[in-house]
Design a protein around this ligand. Structure first.
Ligand code: GLN
Length: 204
């Protein structure tokens, strides 16, 4: 099976590890550059992107992460992880940096401060059971405000005020969701990513 790392600087690492194991991957925590070298793909979890960015700097992980993403390592970011994979962010803290790779603009805490967390349906037609919308959990989530031409939109909110907002994307071997599939029992997003990692390994 592919070895998928979960960036374990901060955030809900354990939940992603469990979901990835359910998707048939071997999972390992990644905190240091030498641990990053050993993985076939990487998940960047939800949490707080400003803290994650500061810790990535402290642990000297920003450049290694950028280099592996540029070299074609598959990566999936959820929520704060989506922010980390975005080339451009809005409403970041001063000087906030990202790993980047996904040609998109993401707005932090976009759904408004009154609604800290909520659930909404997100149809994901590219994944298993395309007719069954994903019941997505959003926690102080970002949304995708603009995407470049190479970015495929995997999902938009369907229902409520946020209808139409882009919350799942893919560009080549990179993907991101604004929501937290690791907090549900529905592992379609993790299976989709594990398949992406398997295909990337076959191509190498
Ligand atoms: N608001 C957080 C951030 O800016 C993301 C929240 C989350 O990952 N649940 O990083």
């Amino acid at each position: 099976p592919p070895t998928i790392g979960v960036l374990a600087l901060q955030g809900d690492v354990r939940e992603h590890a469990r979901a990835l194991e359910a998707a048939g991957a071997a999972v390992t925590a990644v905190r240091r550059p030498h641990e990053l070298e050993r993985v076939d793909g990487l998940v960047i979890p939800g949490g707080e992107s400003t803290t994650m960015w500061r810790l990535a700097r402290t642990f000297e992980m920003l450049d290694p992460l950028r280099k592996r993403v540029e070299a074609g390592m598959p990566a999936y970011g959820s929520c704060a992880g989506m922010i980390m994979l975005a080339d451009r962010i809005r409403d970041g803290v001063r000087d906030q940096e990202t790993v980047g790779g996904l040609d998109m603009t993401v707005r932090r805490n976009a759904f408004g401060r009154q609604v800290d967390s909520f659930e909404a349906d997100v149809p994901l037609p590219a994944m298993d059971d395309p007719d069954v919308p994903f019941r997505a959990i959003f926690i102080r989530a970002p949304w995708v405000e603009a995407v470049g031409g190479g970015v495929e939109i995997l999902g938009r909110v369907d229902g409520g005020e946020a209808t139409g907002r882009i919350v799942a994307v893919r560009q080549g071997r990179l993907m991101a969701t604004a929501f937290h599939p690791e907090l549900t029992g529905d592992f379609r997003v993790h299976r989709y990513f594990a398949d992406l990692v398997r295909r990337a390994m076959e191509e190498e």
